[in-house]
Ligand binder design. Structure first.
Ligand code: KIV
Length: 271
């Protein structure tokens, strides 16, 4: 059964249209060829090569250590797998915060060396000049507000953002500025559902929520969380669709038993 719109290739315009028609946008992270192939074949609308690769692929505590070269490696593997989904790549920490020239150079490297379709950047007014410069070069930009993990040492915790009026007002203003600058979409991470609703209703561009409630125009999850590969991360917003940690453990234990007992390889599994 097909669960997605019959579009041949998902574009930023297609996402805009989905917002207008009320069709929710599905987005998942991927970092390698094989999983990206499965997700694209399953009909996902958007694949995000997130800098969460720093956590789930490299084992770092935060997203800060991952480099532009490493993001380009992950993104090019993903792009080679994808026929239909829109592929968005996070510009990593340290490759756009210094100035807009550096930001543009990083975005250009991502687009040129990976074949991805768009970039994502964390922040509001403070990165606006860079966002505008990248957009002026013809590169689509997705914004990211709320909990922005690249600023984790400024926040100090991963708790829900913008519960207070002042922070919520700043977020709403930043969302408007990003839309006016020309961003094609906006990730809202870990904010109250009512704020997610208000922002989504007041913007013309689609919002994609992660822990931002059901009123966002789409949802994104990190693949390791959704598939149950990562069992130690249990926020309220996460719905697990598989227990791949347990299933993989059992499969590998089965394999170990078969090797030890000389059951594998059998007669028909050798030349
Ligand atoms: O890096 C990432 O995976 C992300 C999502 C959590 C939105 O930015």
């Amino acid at each position: 059964m097909s669960v997605h719109t019959e579009i041949k290739k998902v574009t930023t315009h297609a996402l805009q249209k989905m917002k207008l028609t009320g069709e929710k946008i599905s987005m998942i992270t991927a970092y390698d060829f094989s999983f990206a192939r499965i997700f694209d074949g399953a009909g996902i609308d958007v694949i995000l090569v997130g800098d969460s690769a720093s956590n789930v692929m490299a084992g770092h505590e935060t997203t800060l250590p991952i480099t532009l070269d490493q993001m380009i490696y992950h993104a090019s593997s993903v792009v080679r797998a994808v026929d239909r989904a829109l592929v968005i790549v996070d510009i990593p920490f340290g490759s756009y915060q210094s100035n807009s020239k550096e930001a543009l150079a990083s975005a250009i490297r991502i687009m040129k060396e990976t074949g991805a379709h768009a970039v994502k950047m964390e922040g509001g007014e403070e990165i606006l000049e860079s966002v505008k410069r990248i957009l002026a070069a013809g590169v689509p930009v997705m914004g990211h507000l709320g909990l922005t993990p690249q600023s984790i040492y400024k926040f100090g915790t991963y708790t829900v953002r913008a519960r207070e009026e002042a922070e919520a007002e700043t977020l709403k203003k930043d969302a408007r500025l990003l839309q006016e600058a020309g961003c094609f979409g906006l990730v809202l991470e870990k904010i109250p559902a009512q704020l997610g609703k208000e922002v989504s209703e007041n913007l013309n561009i689609p919002t994609i929520g992660i822990g931002a409630g059901k009123y966002c125009d789409g949802q994104v999850l990190v693949m390791h969380d959704l598939l149950g590969i990562n069992t130690t991360f249990n926020p309220r917003f996460l719905r697990r669709y598989l227990d791949l940690y347990q299933q993989t453990t059992e499969a590998v234990q089965h394999y170990i038993r078969d090797v030890k007992s000389r059951d594998f390889p059998g007669e028909h599994e050798q030349y």
